[in-house]
Ligand binder design. Structure first.
Ligand code: PMP
Length: 414
């Protein structure tokens, strides 16, 4: 670890929470430089839905490089860009009757969020943007302003203006309808909440601790947005790309957001972030919101290959099957250790086991690491163990990893 301690800024967290030096990986397994094997239930926080070094994707990348395909071309039209856009339209958008335009926004998630915020303000000529408690949208100044965890903020960043927070579904307890609450704020001129250009939300909060918004809440929010002429932005960066069992996480609610941010697994493991927008919202002037690495051709190759998984519903079925297994096993583990007061929640293949006592989830993650399982914590107090394995994980490896969580919690209650 010395080289990292000497040279890399302290700011990176994972280098310390997973203290080893990783070298190779295949599917759901990673190997460090000593050859120790780890099961990966973290999958790059949802970046590796198709696993590490998926052979279909690596073969396509190798073939592209060997034939001298364009690697970087700024935003010029290329054959690989066309192939990606065609595949996205034919495989994902058209079958869902979605007619979004696509804007490539940069290599990483926050770039898509910033683009959505800027476009909403441009289109509506209003600057306020509403987001929700415990939401996570990135840490650059615009996206930080709509990220709901106070730990990331600092007065001096000056990024809190023109945004407001509302309680997410369930945040005020099971009996409070937080959409009615929001309506009161919008209707009351003295509330200090200006009519927003947009709301931004995750339908399942990932970093916020696997908080699942109900279908009813999502539908009510969509209606409220329509009524008040507010754009609805769904941030599907972590739980899109099939994670919840459908390609977009909002499909389960039958809603149609005005904009959708995608990143992480959309690039098939390579850096890509994009914004989907209703076509009438594309009011940019040419050159108004561009940048250098927006639509990297290697990412187009990987992404096109990854989207082929959605040509049939086999992967959706696998996600639902594996999800049931995860839920059943986590519930069994929670019941086995009642002293931990554990609660299980999630859907598809995004699951959390909340361990409310201070420090327990972090200690469990460290125990899992020792036993060869990578699993991260989430939540406002890091109180949730978050499971995000590759969607393609073999059942045997899934069971093995869940067994490690069982053993790790067993050690903690001893
Ligand atoms: N939105 C969501 C829902 C995310 O989970 C993340 C990253 N965890 C981001 C935005 C920001 O993405 P990035 O870290 O790539 O900037």
């Amino acid at each position: 670890m010395r080289i990292f301690e000497e040279m890399e800024s302290e700011v990176r967290g994972y280098v310390r929470s997973f203290p080893t030096i990783f070298d190779t990986a295949h599917g759901s397994e990673m190997f460090d430089e000593q050859g120790k094997r780890y099961l990966d239930f973290f999958a790059g926080a949802g970046t590796l839905n198709y696993g590490h070094n998926n052979p279909l994707i690596t073969d396509a990348l190798i073939a592209h490089l060997q034939r001298g395909g364009i690697v970087h071309g700024l935003d010029k039209a290329t054959v690989t860009k066309r192939a990606f856009l065609t595949k996205l339209r034919d495989t994902i958008l058209a079958p869902r009757n979605l007619h979004y335009k696509v804007q490539f926004t940069g290599p990483t998630g926050t770039n898509a969020v910033e683009t959505a915020m800027k476009l909403a303000r441009l289109v509506k000529r209003r600057s306020n943007i509403i987001s929700f408690t415990n939401g996570y949208h990135g840490l650059t100044l615009g996206s930080l302003a709509v990220t709901g965890n106070y730990d990331y903020k600092d007065e001096t960043y000056g990024s809190r203006s023109n945004t407001a927070f509302m309680p997410y579904d369930g945040f005020l307890g099971p009996d409070v309808d937080t959409i009615d609450y929001m309506r009161r704020f919008l209707e009351d001129g003295s509330s200090g909440v200006d009519l927003p250009a947009a709301v931004i939300l995750e339908t399942v909060q990932g970093e916020g601790g696997i908080n699942v918004a109900s279908v009813e809440w999502l539908k009510k929010l969509e209606s409220l947005c329509r009524e008040f002429d507010i754009l609805m932005i769904v941030d599907d960066i972590q739980v899109g790309n099939g994670r919840t069992g459908t390609f977009f996480s909002f499909e389960r609610a039958g809603i149609f957001p005005d904009m959708v941010t995608l990143s992480k697994s959309i690039g098939g493991g390579l850096p890509m972030a994009l914004l989907l927008m209703r076509s009438e919202l594309d009011q940019w002037q040419p050159g108004e919101h561009t940048g250098t690495f927006r639509g990297n051709n290697l990412a187009f190759v990987a992404a096109t290959e990854a989207l082929a998984y959605w040509e049939s519903d086999d992967l959706s079925q696998a996600v639902l099957r594996n999800g049931e297994l995860i839920q059943k096993e986590l519930q069994r583990i929670a019941d086995k250790y009642p002293e931990l007061d554990a609660r299980v929640r999630g859907l598809g293949m995004v699951w959390g086991i909340e361990l409310p006592q201070s420090g327990v989830a972090g200690a469990a993650s460290a125990e899992c690491f020792e036993r060869g399982l990578l699993v991260e914590t989430a939540g406002d107090r890091d109180q949730v163990l978050k499971l995000l394995p590759s969607l393609l994980i073999e059942e045997e490896l899934l069971r093995e990893g869940l067994g490690i969580i069982d053993d790790a919690l067993g050690v903690l209650v001893e």
